[in-house]
Design a protein around this ligand. Structure first.
Ligand code: ACO
Length: 457
């Protein structure tokens, strides 16, 4: 039946111009799919079939590069224009006028707090910074050189066992408590992981200090009665926290939403975010940037390094982004704060290499034609290094502010009327209807060849 048009919309399409007509050349049938917000519903494709008994058409989108998995009103990004806004407010304004805790409130509640609201929020977070003493025992079980991100991952997940009430994910009080506790305790767990690596005693939180000052104190306090951080460093850290607070549907946030869609408690869902952030292509990139800068060693070696990138022997870490095809706005802000940090700290030769590397890459057709610009990680690593924070801690520090974004996104997902447990489809490419061969009758090599993933299907 050629050119038969089927309207697959569940609801009546008010304006027929807001549709997409798809013709299936296998059958000659045409389908009119409603367009809402410049998208079609993938489920509308399912009616496209050759035979009635067919499963129906699906969309194939590995890594979800062109699939919107949710509606969200938390963070807006225009990657082409280099724009980042939280709840509509440009990141540049937040970094200039706000604090991390205020931005965390904005992300979670959707509005800037009034003065009393901010006071309560700050008080509640400040007075939940201690962790249960048993967590210390738990940390003690890790090897002396355990990666702090692995320790953070485990301890954030373990928090769910300390707060079983958080399983009531729809309970507003439990949600508030989990939000406060996670924002308050993740810095403590992060600092304890660092002190464990250093073989130093844990420093308990100091509730007189601001969020970023307290974190610096938990990292660096030694014998002094009161740790007094340099305000320039504390502010730079707070700005870094603001910059990393949320970034819409990135790998770790998607992990939090995916895992959270099973209605698991928020500590476990956030632990999934920590795990995703651990990967070198996501949160681990600034650690990789620093290793790369050290390997380059001097400004003179930059041309040879860039050649090896072009020959695909190396990757220019800290460059490129799945969404930004322009200068990452966060990288611009960090760069402007870097000078203040370097002023307050010792001279670091890696800064010179980074500056020159960036200049040359931005002058090179290989990078410009691929729209490869510095991302947030390019400069954050050098700032952390100047603050004397070891590279293994960089991703851990990223996880502190991102906790705010994960929680805001987890709550939005939990309340979304479209929420369902995440369950992607697959295109099955393996064998079918094979018979089980008894062990004694099997033929093949005597040794295992390669890891399981490389064996033929
Ligand atoms: N160095 C050299 N070449 C690169 C780089 C890079 N950093 N990034 C991308 N390219 C090249 C690719 O080889 C590809 O070239 P081709 O078209 O000739 O094959 C082209 O640019 C497009 O790259 P994709 O891999 O398709 O880009 P994608 O969007 O998938 O990857 C990613 C984005 C993973 C961030 C990538 O740019 C990368 O690995 N960068 C380095 C790691 C990094 O800095 N990550 C931090 C991201 S920000 C964050 O997570 C907070």
């Amino acid at each position: 039946m050629p050119n038969e048009t089927e309207v697959v919309a569940e609801e009546t399409v008010a304006n027929s111009e807001e549709t997409l007509t798809v013709t299936d050349n296998r059958t000659g049938k045409s389908y009119e799919l409603p367009i809402v917000d410049d998208t079609i519903r993938a489920m509308d494709l399912r009616q496209i079939k050759v035979r009635e008994e067919d499963f129906g058409m699906m969309a194939f989108d590995p890594a979800f590069t062109n699939t919107a998995a949710c509606r969200s009103s938390i963070t807006y990004i225009d990657g082409e224009a280099g724009i980042l806004e939280h709840r509509g407010i440009p990141i540049e304004q937040l970094c200039e006028h706000s604090t991390f805790l205020e931005v965390a409130y904005l992300l979670v509640y959707g509005e800037l707090p009034t003065r009393p609201q901010l006071e309560d929020w700050t008080f509640d977070i400040t007075t939940h910074t201690f962790v249960h003493e048993d967590i210390k025992q738990f940390l003690k079980g890790f090897r002396y050189d355990a990666h702090p991100m692995g320790m953070l991952l485990a301890t954030v997940g373990a928090l769910s066992t300390f707060y079983p009430g958080s399983k009531n994910t729809g309970d507003q009080i439990e949600r508030y408590l989990a939000t406060i506790r996670l924002l308050a305790k993740v810095p403590t767990l992060a600092a304890f992981s660092y002190r464990h690596n250093m073989g130093l005693p844990y420093v308990y939180p100091d509730n007189d200090l601001s969020y970023s000052e307290n974190f610096l104190s938990m990292l660096f306090k030694m014998t002094e009665v009161k740790y007094e951080p340099d305000p320039r460093l504390a502010r730079a850290l707070d700005v870094l926290f603001i910059l990393h607070a949320d970034h819409e549907q990135n790998c770790s946030t998607s992990a939090v939403r995916d895992v959270g869609s099973s209605d698991v408690d928020p500590y476990s869902a956030v632990a999934a975010g920590v795990a995703a952030l651990y990967g070198p292509l996501h949160g681990g990139a600034n650690e990789a940037v620093l290793k790369m800068l050290r390997r380059i060693g001097s400004v003179e070696e930059i041309p040879a390094f860039l050649e090896s990138v072009k020959n695909r022997e190396e990757k220019l870490m800290g460059f490129g982004h799945r969404v930004y095809k322009n200068y990452d706005p966060r990288a611009k802000i960090i760069k402007s704060h870097a000078d203040g940090v370097f002023e307050a700290t010792e001279y670091n030769p890696l800064v010179e290499i980074a500056t020159e590397l960036e200049k040359r890459a931005l002058d090179d057709e290989f990078f410009t034609s691929r729209k490869l610009y510095p991302n947030v990680d390019f400069y954050s690593g050098i700032i952390y290094e100047a603050l004397k924070i070891p590279p293994e801690m960089f991703t851990v520090i990223f996880a502190i502010p991102r906790t705010a974004g994960w929680l805001a996104q987890w709550m939005e997902m939990s309340d979304d009327p479209d929420k369902k447990i995440s369950r992607p489809r697959q295109i099955y490419c393996g064998r079918r209807n094979e018979d089980y061969v008894p062990l004694g009758e099997r033929e093949g090599p005597d040794t295992i060849e390669g890891p399981p993933a490389t064996r033929p299907s």
